[in-house]
Design a protein around this ligand. Structure first.
Ligand SMILES: *[C@@H]1O[C@H](CO)[C@@H](O)[C@H](O)[C@H]1NC(C)=O
Ligand SMILES: *[C@@H]1O[C@H](CO)[C@@H](O)[C@H](O)[C@H]1NC(C)=O
Ligand SMILES: *[C@@H]1O[C@H](CO)[C@@H](O)[C@H](O)[C@H]1NC(C)=O
Ligand SMILES: *[C@@H]1O[C@H](CO)[C@@H](O)[C@H](O)[C@H]1NC(C)=O
Length: 374
């Protein structure tokens, strides 16, 4: 009973089984370029060195400017300076909705566009996201601390089990979490702070079903918490509109759901953010262009929720640390940190985790993010 029951899940499972050969091939091609364990002995980028640096810096550093802003590391890097465009709008809000945007996004399926989606549903959602708050992730009332926004993005990887990183994570200005982000009972390893929770309605509901008996019995809630909707389906636009209005979902597979049960009693536009479909396309095209796009899985493929949150942070924060993300030694750890018995990580056909692992490793080596590894 611990498995998601949606039709998509079973479809994916079948597809995953059918194409495990392709995946294995892809996987080994993505893994081969990894240098062996010997190269991990490099001193400057070793996790120990970095996390020691952060800890010593977090208390006394109140007046410090950014010691290593990621935009400088991007500019200096021969490859990543042509990949990043930090001017790309990250969020979609009402004022960005134009006829041109409709025409262009109607040519692509979700999550990259609006093909086949109801214009009425989309415009009625976006008209609620029309204040300047909806266009930016960080509240203007909370200015960048020390001129430097330091973010931690916490994936749910088993590497966090026994990591003792809770205090380091909570020492960041903003903490992003996603999907089955269980904190109760794991405070020592994953911390307690949460500024953003990222999800699609599908991943959120699947997490509640799959991880209920492992402690994920409710979506995180809190006064300072903001929700980041990933627009993977019309369901996301419909749920978002209902959440802002504080009304039950009027139609579709989530009909009758009360958004307050997920997001708490506060219903207001300022509580909810929506990723721009063009941002999701840009990320996929520039950072995570999987070979799966050339297979029958084209329409299923999208970057993982964790990848979208980490790349969102990299486009909005000055410094980013990633915890609980896939590393080259992922097989040493359980799929998730909150499992009681070690579960192997399963590679489904809708994501390309080996490609993501390579990206995090390369961004870490470039000094653009700090990837927690052990
Ligand atoms: C790494 O540290 C060891 C000793 O701690 C030292 O011998 C070695 O030269 C260092 N390597 C680099 C690349 O700094
Ligand atoms: C970066 O994105 C902005 C906004 O979409 C666009 O106007 C600009 O041309 C892009 N720059 C490059 C170098 O692609
Ligand atoms: C935003 O939309 C709402 C509802 O459509 C409207 O009442 C409000 O005046 C709009 N606000 C702005 C700033 O456009
Ligand atoms: C979590 O770590 C502990 C020891 O640190 C280990 O005994 C346990 O098996 C791990 N849990 C999983 C699910 O891997």
């Amino acid at each position: 009973m611990g498995l998601p029951r949606g039709r998509l899940f079973w479809l994916l499972l079948l597809l995953a089984a059918a194409c495990s050969g392709i995946l294995l091939a892809l996987y080994s091609s993505a893994v081969e370029p990894y240098p062996g364990p010997r190269s991990r002995a490099r001193n400057t980028t070793s996790p120990e060195a970095f996390f020691r640096f952060k800890t010593s810096n977090s208390g006394a550093g109140k007046s410090w400017p950014c010691p290593r802003p990621l935009h400088l590391a991007i500019q200096r890097h021969h490859h990543f300076r042509d990949v990043f465009n930090l001017s790309t709008p990250v969020l979609l809000s009402g004022p960005l909705f134009t006829q041109d945007l409709w025409d262009s996004l109607s040519q692509h399926k979700a999550p990259y566009g609006w093909q086949g989606l109801s214009r009425q549903a989309i415009t009625s959602t976006l008209s609620l996201l029309n204040s300047s708050e909806s266009a930016q992730l960080f509240a203007a009332s909370r200015p960048p601390l020390r001129g430097c926004i330091r973010c931690a993005v916490v994936g749910n990887g088993g590497i966090l089990n026994g990591s003792g990183q809770g205090l380091n994570i909570d020492a960041h200005d903003y903490v992003f979490r996603l999907n089955g982000a269980v904190m109760k009972g794991f405070e020592n390893d994953v911390g307690t702070k949460i500024s953003f929770y990222g999800f699609t309605v599908n991943t959120m509901k699947n997490s509640l079903i799959s991880y209920w008996n492992l402690g994920f019995t409710s979506v995180p809630q809190g006064q300072d918490l903001r929700y980041i909707f990933i627009p993977s389906d019309i369901r996301d636009y419909v749920m978002l509109r209902s959440a802002i209005l504080g009304e039950p979902v009027p139609e579709g597979p989530d009909k009758g759901d009360r958004p307050q049960t997920y997001f708490g009693p506060e219903a207001s536009a300022s509580k909810f953010k929506l990723l721009h479909p063009d941002f999701v396309s840009y990320l996929t095209e520039r950072f995570l262009k999987s070979k799966l796009i050339n297979t029958n899985f084209r329409d299923l493929y999208m970057p993982s929720t964790g990848a979208l949150m980490l790349l969102t942070a990299l486009h909005t924060c000055d410094q980013v640390s990633a915890y609980g993300f896939i590393t080259e030694n992922y097989w040493k750890f359980s799929d998730h940190y909150f499992e009681r018995v070690k579960q192997p990580l399963i590679f489904y056909a809708n994501h390309d985790l080996p490609l993501e692992a390579t990206l995090w490793k390369n961004l870490h080596a470039a000094g653009i993010l700090q990837l927690y590894q052990r």
